[in-house]
Structure formats: C-alpha cells, structure tokens
Design a protein around this ligand. Structure first.
Ligand code: ZN
Length: 470
C-alpha cells in the first residue's frame, strides 16, 4: 500500500510539473511578432528594395513574403533565422514576381517567433498589404521659359508632372533644391547656380521620384551666364585676435596659438556652419510668404560683396583663402535691422563665424540671414512682416567691426543677394516665369510692388578698403 501511494505521489508530481511547465511555456509569450515595412506606399516597381523587419521578445524564427495575385501565390522570399535576435530583417524586390505593369495584388508578410507558442509552433503574425505594380515613370513637362541663371545667382522653373510624386526638385551635383506644388498642381523650383561652379560645370537636372520608386532625371534647359567675383586681401592683426580671443576659445577650446585657433574657426567652424545652414534650409514653408523686392539695410555702405575670394595674410604671409558669401553692410553702430521680407523666424541664436544670427524663412526654400548682430529681437517661430525690426547690428562671430552680414539662401546655400533686392530681376526671373506657366496668385502680381529699389552704395574709397570686415 505504501509502495503504491508513493508511486502515485511521484506520478502526480510529474503530471503537475508537466502541466505547470506547459502552462509556463504557453503563457511565457503569447504575443505574435511585430512586423514593419520600409515601404509605406500602395504601389511599387520591380527594383525598389523593401526591408521587412520583425520583432519579438522571444526572438524571430522566420520571415516569409509572398504576393497573392487572384488565386496564385507567388513566393518572393523566405528566411529561417538561426540566431536568437529579437529583431530580424530581410530585403525583397518584385523583380522575379512575374507580375505585369498596373496589376493589383496583395503582399502577404508572415513572421514566426521562437516561443513555444499555443501549439508548439511559435506565435505567428501575418499582415496583408494591398499593392499595385507601377512601372510608369513620372513625366516632367517644363512650362516656364528657359531661365537665365547667373553664376552665384538664382533660377526659377515651373513644370508639371504626369503623376503624384514623393520627391521632386533640381539636382546640381550633390546639391538638391526641392520643388513645391502650387495650387494649380504645377511645381515651382527655386534653384541656385552655385558660386563655386563654372558655366561649363553647371548642369542642373530636374528629378522626380514617384511613390512606387520610379525615377525620372532630365537636364533643365537653362541659359547660364558667367560671372566673375572680386578678390580681396585681409591682414589679420594681433589686435583683432585679442578682441576675438574669448569668443574663438569658446568655439575652439583646444590649446592652440591665437593664429592657429583663428585658422580652425575660419576653416572648420566655417564648414560646420555652412552644413548647419543647409539643415536650417530644409525647414521651409511650402508656399511663398514674401512679396516684392527684399529690403536692404538702410543708409548702409556695401563693404564686401557676394562670393569675394579672400586671401588672409598674417605677418605678410598668406595663411588662408576663403569665399565671402553675402553682403557686408556697414551703417552706424548697433543700427536697427529690418526684416528684408515677410516670413517666419526659423533660427535665432549663435552660430560660429556668423555670431548672433537670425534666419527668416520666406517659403519654398528661400531664406534670408542677418548676422554678426549685437542684439536679437525675435524668437524662433515668430511670423515676421517685411520691415519689422528684428535686431541690431554688431560684431559677433568672425567680424572685426560693427556691420551686418546679409545673405539670401536657396535650400540653405548662399546665393547672390543683389538679385533679390532688385524688383525688376524678381519680375523677369520669378514672377514672369510663374505667369508664363499659367500660375496665378495675388502675391505674384507686380502691381503690388511698393518697395522702390535701393541703390547699392559703393565702398567710399577703393584704394583704402575697410580692413575690419571679415
Ligand atoms: Zn560678411
């Protein structure tokens, strides 16, 4: 009897342990894996690589992708994972699907985890995505006349597209100038002829990529106008380095001599600041916020021009060369700075060689900058009207004396501000382009123009250029 009861006790313990173990395995992970797709659109072409990622706490066992077309199941990719990774990915394309253009199908993605699962096979998740094979490239039809684009300046093109796109704009080498959709469905692009390219190197390309991944790239028919920029020599003096010592040390704290530190600011910090302006240039309204000619700092002398090539001398030896982008405008000290045109403040703060700087976005990639300020009177996000006082001139950043560095940027790249100060240039090169293309907007009406162009005053004496400019 004792023998039998001991046997049944052991048996009961084994059974209970087994049930507890099974329960534990089942309860341990009842959640099916999460599935995510890199392609969030409802159309796709044959070559676009799509990444499927599955995630589960108990690691991923397998991912499978099939296309379901009517009653056919077309296997696209399947992978079993041996590792214990909680997150696993695979990449597929539609290249071998055998599907034809414009055919609709369903993408089925199945991921299984490594848990014991409800029935010992792991938890399974399946998502079904309706999709269409689209092999039609977007067709680009330029509607505006051939733009005349001067080296360092801006061009404007209006065009239509045969279909909706994900991204479109003008490529100039590695640079990209996005286009913006207008009310009538056309696209408008403001683009630069970068100051650092010669006419023969300048070949802007109109590009459009649709949701399915089809891409069209074609040359823009333009008339490129050469332009020579001035050169200048700047003597760096110890008094300038002394005046800037604290500011430059905060930018470059490494133990360096004054002149070495100046060179790091003039090269590395200048490069970093240009990259930051490109980032700020992405933050732009999709519509035109400005109207008419841009205002220039009143009663101010032009001390340095756009794209001047500067040679820097230290103790009569050449130590550096840089390009000055923008206008240096000198007025009285701490002169009031008006906003050149309407828009929104997208940056207001300190930025390396620019010192205290305000960036106003005027929409569709067009922005203006006001730098070396002694006082910033606006904050980020504030809407601005043309002529609003936004700050006071100063000598912060790479500036030896009180002046305003004023610049115009297209997608974050500095272009020649002169064009934007000239209402006739704006009419001939922007407003008329839009009218030729059949677009209309009250802001495009030149009769609204109420800002007379301001004469650009020359440096008082060419023999004795101001040495304080930077
Ligand atoms: Zn300047």
């Amino acid at each position: 009897m004792a023998k039998r009861s001991r046997f049944s006790l052991i048996f009961t313990i084994i059974i209970v342990s087994f049930i507890v173990f099974c329960g534990f395995m089942v309860l341990k992970d009842l959640d099916a894996p999460d599935i995510s797709l890199s392609h969030g659109e409802d159309s796709i072409n044959l070559l676009l690589p799509v990444t499927v990622t599955a995630f589960d706490e108990s690691s991923i066992k397998s991912i499978e992708v099939v296309a379901r077309f009517h009653d056919n199941e077309i296997p696209l990719v399947k992978k079993e994972f041996s590792g214990k990774g909680k997150s696993q990915s695979l990449i597929f394309t539609m290249a071998d699907s055998g599907l034809k253009n414009n055919e609709s199908f369903e993408l089925e993605i199945i991921a299984v985890d490594n848990s014991f699962g409800k029935f010992g096979f792991g938890n399974k998740n399946k998502i079904v995505v309706p999709m269409r094979l689209d092999l039609n490239r977007p067709l680009i039809s330029v509607k505006s006349n051939v733009p005349h684009v001067r080296r360092g300046g801006t061009g404007c093109v209006v065009y239509s597209l045969s279909k909706d796109v994900k991204q479109t704009g003008i490529k100039v080498g590695e640079r990209f100038f996005p286009s913006f959709k207008q009310e009538n469905g056309d696209y408008l692009c403001l683009f630069a002829f970068p100051y650092d390219l010669e006419v023969k190197e300048y070949n802007p390309q109109l590009a459009a990529v649709d949701k399915a991944g089809n891409q069209t790239v074609q040359s823009v028919n333009i008339s490129a106008i050469p332009n020579q920029f001035k050169t200048d020599t700047i003597n760096i003096r110890q008094s300038f380095l002394d005046a800037k010592a604290v500011e430059f040390e905060s930018l470059v704290p490494e133990p360096l001599s004054d002149i070495e530190r100046f060179l790091v600011v003039n090269r590395r910090i200048r490069r970093e600041n240009a990259v930051r302006l490109l980032e700020i240039g992405q933050n732009t309204a999709p519509e035109m916020l400005w109207s008419g000619a841009f205002l220039r700092l009143p009663r101010a002398a032009l001390r340095a021009n756009f794209a001047e090539r500067r040679t820097y001398l230290w103790e009569d030896k050449k130590i550096d060369e840089q390009t000055h982008l923008g206008f240096d405008l000198a007025s009285i000290k701490q002169a009031d700075v008006p906003a050149a045109n309407s828009g929104n403040v997208v940056f207001a703060g300190y930025l390396g060689i620019y010192g205290n700087i305000i960036v106003i976005d005027h929409g569709m990639g067009l922005q203006s900058i006001y730098s070396h300020l002694s006082e910033i009177g606006v904050e980020i996000g504030r809407p601005i009207k043309k002529g609003d006082l936004i700050g006071k001139t100063g000598a912060s950043g790479m500036a030896g004396g009180d002046h305003l560095h004023f610049g115009i940027l297209i997608a974050g790249l500095e272009v020649n501000p002169q064009e934007w100060l000239d209402q006739h240039w704006i009419k001939d090169n922007v407003i008329d382009r839009i009218k030729e293309a059949g677009g209309k907007s009250p802001q495009f009406n030149i009769s609204q123009e109420n800002t007379p162009p301001i004469e650009t005053r020359k440096t008082p004496s060419k023999a004795k250029p101001a040495r304080k400019k930077r």
